[in-house]
Design a protein around this ligand. Structure first.
Ligand code: AMP
Ligand code: GLY
Length: 426
């Protein structure tokens, strides 16, 4: 088969790496890819949002399966465009991707179907938003969210009224998050352990992936601003069998069933961001794609052929293809540019990469990297994901941190406590 992976992050390198091991594969392309995907696939210089160019490329090259990594092309309807041309593509269509693309849609969806989430109010003007703040309906801290995709930045946790007013101005008046400033959501702030719950759905049936957990905060001990994710582990020590069953029965199955009722058959990855609160698991958000960096440790543990798994979703027969997983524990530590997630510089030379890649049991997934004249340079906020899987989580993390000591680039920043957690659970 000829397969095209769309995207350029660590998630896409991990997906491409797993696909490259498939006996079905004849030729692998990545658009646009990164310096890591270049070693296992042909990188095609088309941006992930250039849907017209992507569909033309897939038609001309007779691509048998396209796998979409990021949310933006999905919310822009790439699946509808490919399917109209009779091309196989993995991911939800435009309407289904609204579960991630529109926070208003997803909150109202959950409310309509009694899926537990934070209490909220939608405001369609700054005046309405400020009225909601003054109504006493929400106590502080509360959360204010811009509607739509804001690359993970449109969520502001506000300790007091002053900060909340500032957040409303930022979102709705200054429109700091672009088009996503038309509506804002004011929401109760949930506390607890945050976990990622990721399943595949072929529209009617669901197949959960191994559990995983992201580390969102920029600095050790969960301090500092939220990032796209500074590291991940699998399995998640916090998803017990009991919580797993509760999430499947009260959140995942109802979501898929009610999407069908709403005429939106959901095919692809359904990633439910959850807060494990004292009152049970509550949905923080839905994502319509694989996690980044959750995919990296998940792919290390997948024994089945990923191409078979993806095809079972596209061809709507997921349960016939159960996924086999390695029982080991795996981890991924992100090496980021200094300053990330705020301002950072690119173009720093990466040293020690070849030496580290050669360490037995270490797998490196590139994210923001580029190669020039045989050297690797940083090219984004999250630069590399250093991964390993071992009998125990602590062994895997020990191996990863030892390997990291051999890599460097100017300003390199990473968390030293990925996987430092209570072990046990699922
Ligand atoms: P979202 O874009 O909705 O996923 O939010 C991004 C991040 O903000 C989440 O991963 C949480 O860490 C945090 N967050 C979102 N909503 C809430 C909430 N209601 N209470 C506490 N934290 C939240
Ligand atoms: N790691 C968080 C996400 O993929 O949304």
């Amino acid at each position: 088969m000829k397969i095209l992976v769309i995207g350029s992050g660590g998630r896409e390198h991990a997906l491409a790496w797993k696909i490259s091991q498939s006996p079905h594969l004849k030729k692998l392309y990545c658009a646009p890819g990164n310096a890591g995907t270049a070693s296992i696939a042909e990188n095609v210089p088309i941006m992930d949002t250039d849907i017209k160019d992507l569909v033309n490329f897939a038609s001309q090259e007779n691509i048998d399966l396209t796998v979409v990594g990021p949310e933006l092309p999905l919310t822009l309807g790439i699946v509808n465009v490919f399917e109209k041309k009779g091309l196989k593509i993995f991911g939800p269509d435009e309407d289904s991707a609204e579960l991630e693309g529109s926070k208003v849609y997803s909150k109202q969806f959950m409310e309509r179907h009694n899926i537990t989430s934070a209490r909220y109010k939608v405001a369609y003007s700054p005046k309405e938003a400020k009225k909601a703040l003054n109504s006493g309906e929400f106590s502080f801290p509360l959360v204010i969210k811009a509607d739509g995709l804001a690359a993970g930045t449109g969520v502001i946790i506000c300790e007091d009224r002053e900060k909340a007013t500032e957040a409303i101005n930022l979102i709705m008046i200054e429109k700091k998050f672009g088009v996503s400033g038309k509506q804002a959501i004011i929401e109760e702030c949930l506390t607890g352990m945050e976990v990622s719950f990721i399943v595949l759905s072929d529209g009617t049936r669901v197949l959960p992936l191994v559990t995983t957990m992201d580390h969102k905060a920029a600095y050790d001990r969960d301090q500092g601003p939220n990032t796209g994710g500074m590291g991940a582990i699998s399995p998640s020590p916090f998803i017990s069998r009991e919580i797993f069953n509760e999430v499947m029965n009260s959140i995942v199955f109802p979501t898929i069933i009610h999407m069908i009722e709403e005429g939106r058959k959901y095919k692809g990855v359904l990633y439910v961001g959850l807060m494990l609160t004292e009152d049970g698991p509550k949905v923080l958000e839905y994502n319509c794609r694989f996690g980044d960096p959750e995919t990296q440790p998940q792919m290390l543990r997948m024994e089945s052929d990923l191409v078979d798994v993806l095809l079972s979703v596209v061809e709507e027969n997921v349960l016939e293809k159960e996924i086999k997983w390695d029982r080991k524990a795996s981890g991924c530590v992100i090496l980021a540019s200094g300053g990330y997630p705020l301002e950072y510089e690119k173009g720093k030379r990466i040293q020690g990469l070849d030496e580290t890649s050669a360490i037995d049991g270490i797998t490196i997934f590139h994210a923001g990297t580029k190669q020039q004249e045989g050297e690797y340079y940083t090219n984004g906020g999250r630069v590399l994901g250093i991964c390993a899987s071992e009998k125990s989580l602590s062994e895997a993390m020990g191996k990863i941190y030892k390997a990291i000591s051999k890599i460097s680039f100017d300003g390199m920043q990473f968390r030293k406590d990925i996987g430092v957690l209570r072990e046990g659970g699922e």
